[in-house]
Design a protein around this ligand. Structure first.
Ligand code: GLU
Length: 441
């Protein structure tokens, strides 16, 4: 799952799309591309490899158009090559897509029978032809509503139309997508970080929603195609947090930021006056919790494995851990007295989100330990414990891992004290140990 950017403006957009794609490079990708609308045409350029290749292979300065979409791809269907790179276009629609269309084989068969000709091996291309097909009988809004209903799987989409020179459609199911607001222009991005250099005013789409973006207006719709109102959030403007500074790469910077991560976490969660842990707004009675399941992917899963020992040592809770991608396919026996804890740096990890969604649908108690508090996992959990470590751009997690295990440890300690399962003396010693870490000023 990789990156999307879209801009509708009163001036040429290709330079800003390229800059934003470069911001998304930290995620790792195999190809990149842009499509703009100008003079009644869709101009599509794409290349295997880095965004630099795209710049080398095409004269992007002369790629005109005040509306456009861009993508960095992480192939799931079809080789990473020029043809499979996004955007994918028909004669009247161009699409960028993050995610996986699970019924693409069936849809392709249907579309081929209707005369559509496919150029790539991707699942994404079915979306292009499906919209083109639906546009034969309905207007954009209805064609999008119907198309989204026909798609199974996960997606964040950016779509432009040959006949609508200033319009971008964004749609989301299972993959994050945000709208940004600027002067005489508006944006679409799979990641608020990519939009940060242009705006700090953001609206996150929720699952099932889509939006229509023009340079001076944005409208949101639910999955039935009904207009809805959404909040605009103002993100912190502290650009320094997002810069590499003098460090060679983000990972080096983030390793240096580990002490401050501990210091901030301890300051936020430990009450300096009464030795208590500042987790007061717990939404359940403590007697209601008899077991805990810690869920994450990759690094976050490893922080769960580590924390299992602490929960076992400090509490009498039954503790289990699970990899989110396994959890969602297991025959789960959901239990009312279990607290399900979801750990994720970005708060957007697709499998972790799907596991949370499954718990929510079964009315379980859910808690998020995340870094990005505006993220989907944070927004959809009953209770959030933020990591407070600042943006982590490096792909190999460093300070966020440390932040996760700190918060998990503090949560284990808090539950043991609420359940009166730890002697006061030991509890105070453990709090003192945390406060005595050399980083705490
Ligand atoms: N499934 C699509 C493809 O293979 C999108 C991959 C992505 O999220 O970058 O092209």
């Amino acid at each position: 799952m990789c990156g999307i950017i879209g801009i509708s403006s009163n001036k040429s957009v290709s330079a800003n799309i390229i800059n934003s794609l470069k911001k998304l490079e930290y995620r790792g990708y195999d190809s990149a591309g842009i499509a703009t609308l100008s003079k009644g045409l869709i101009n599509e350029v794409k290349s295997e490899g880095r965004v630099d290749n795209l710049e080398k292979n095409f004269d992007l300065k002369n790629l005109s158009g005040n509306t456009g979409i861009g993508h960095v791809r992480w192939a799931t269907h079809g080789k990473p090559n020029n043809v499979n790179a996004h955007p994918h276009s028909s004669h009247n629609v161009s699409v960028v897509h993050n995610g996986i269309i699970e019924n693409s084989t069936l849809l392709k068969k249907y579309l081929v029978s209707k005369g559509h000709i496919f150029k790539s091996q991707t699942d994404t291309e079915v979306i292009v032809h499906l919209i083109t097909e639906n546009l034969k009988v309905s207007k954009i809004q209805e064609a999008i509503t119907n198309t989204l209903k026909q798609l199974h799987g996960s997606f964040a989409l950016g779509i432009i139309f040959k006949d609508m020179p200033d319009l971008i459609v964004g749609a989301r199911r299972g993959s994050p997508l945000a709208v940004g607001y600027g002067p005489n222009e508006n944006y679409l991005g799979s990641d608020s970080y990519a939009l940060k250099s242009m705006t700090n005013k953001i609206t996150y789409l929720d699952d099932g929603e889509f939006c229509i973006i023009k340079k001076d207006e944005v409208h949101f719709f639910n999955e039935e195609g009904k207009k809805i109102n959404k909040k605009v959030l103002e993100l912190s403007l502290d650009q320094k947090k997002y810069d590499k500074g003098d460090f060679k790469h983000f990972m080096a910077k983030e390793i240096e930021e580990q002490p401050i991560t501990l210091k901030t976490g301890i300051k936020e969660y430990l009450n300096n006056v009464n030795n208590d842990i500042n987790i007061y707004n717990f939404p359940w009675k403590i007697e209601e919790i008899k077991s805990i399941t810690l869920i994450g992917c990759g690094t976050a899963y490893h922080s769960c494995l580590m924390a299992k020992y602490w929960f076992e040592e400090l509490t009498t809770l039954d503790v289990s851990t699970d990899i989110a991608s396994e959890f969602r396919y297991r025959k789960n026996r959901f239990k009312k007295d279990t607290l399900y804890v979801f750990v994720s740096q970005s708060g957007e990890t697709a499998d972790t989100y799907a596991a949370l969604d499954l718990c929510n649908k079964n009315n379980m108690k859910t808690c998020a330990i995340v870094n990005v508090i505006e993220s989907s996992i944070a927004r959809d959990s009953n209770f959030i414990l933020p990591i407070h470590c600042g943006p982590e751009i490096g792909v190999a997690s460093t300070k966020a891992f440390l932040g996760q295990i700190l918060i998990l440890y503090i949560l284990a300690l808090k539950l043991s004290s609420l359940k009166k399962e730890i002697e006061n003396k030991i509890y105070n010693e453990k709090i003192k140990d945390l406060k005595n870490l050399p980083f705490f000023g």
